[in-house]
Write a protein that binds this ligand. Sequence first.
Ligand code: NAP
Length: 320
Amino acid sequence: MPDLRNVVIIGSGPAGLTAAIYSARADLEPLMIEGEPSSTSDQPGGQLMLTTEVENFPGFPDGIMGPELMGSFRDQALRFGAEIQTAKVSRVDLSERPFKVWVGDPDAAEPTYLARTVIVATGASALMLGLESERRLLGHGLSTCATCDGFFFRNQDIVVVGGGDSALEEAMFLTRFGKSVTVVHRRKELRASKIMQDRAFANDKITFLWDTVVDDIIGEDRVEAVRLRNVLTDEVVDRPAAGVFVAIGHRPNTDLFVGQLPLKENGYLLTQDGTSRTAVEGVFACGDVQDDWYRQAITAAGSGCMAAIDAERWLESQGH
Ligand code: NAP
């Protein structure tokens, strides 16, 4: 018979770990299934595992390394008795309660766990260009978050890749720090909204390179330049840059829930009325998997707290 748990948390970024801390302190004996090492990270723990220094997480006036911060979250969850399993959830069945959660073979007849509540905290992944050099340089001059890392590029030359609202928003933010900001876009028309385009065009520090793709990011242990190719002429140039921000979109990690939980038009999980409740009673969502707007570690942590409290009150209302 599979183990019946009060709370199963799927995902281990700031949202999942905060949900684990709160539900462990509420004596709900949560199980967090934290994921596994992936092609971009040697450890689970979400996007902060891919960053270097974090300077905007309150409580750390001198900054803290992303993996260290996540390690502290994890220790705090363990201290209060959360159980953490390093594995990937392969399937869920949310059609009836208790919910069913599989780890390992998704076709196994028996689920691995039964859960009275499920907290979904699977996060989102920044889309990357798919270059070998990205893995080496992420967190070393290559970033996917200007709010997080822009500060490190004071008076430096910065390149932003992308042509949507995110790319322009990042570019404008980065003009506060950089000596120059170059937006590299693969076409001649931007996808971004008109108002963002007008603002970016009016900003003297921003230059656009059209019909251009990044073929490589150059540098052994720090970004030194980008290799750019004009897709119309095939001309290749190396452009020196200390910072490269890839802003070509995010993908929420919702594959497990398609057909079981309603998604917004843009693929993010739908939560209700400013809470962590999903359309399925007893299933809660927090962090970037349901947040296409703020996407910060601190907002993810806050929403993880909300999910744990929502789950606790829901369990109570069910007499558990
Ligand atoms: P997006 O709108 O999907 O734009 C992605 C951009 O990256 C596009 O210009 C796309 O080029 C380019 N791109 C995609 N894959 C690429 C690749 N492999 N190589 C090079 N370029 C690539 O994503 P987003 O900018 O993150 O925005 C997501 C949503 O959030 C949008 O609805 C946006 O309006 C919203 N948003 C709004 C604001 C705001 O209003 N302040 C700020 C941020 C985001 P193509 O154009 O050629 O496809």
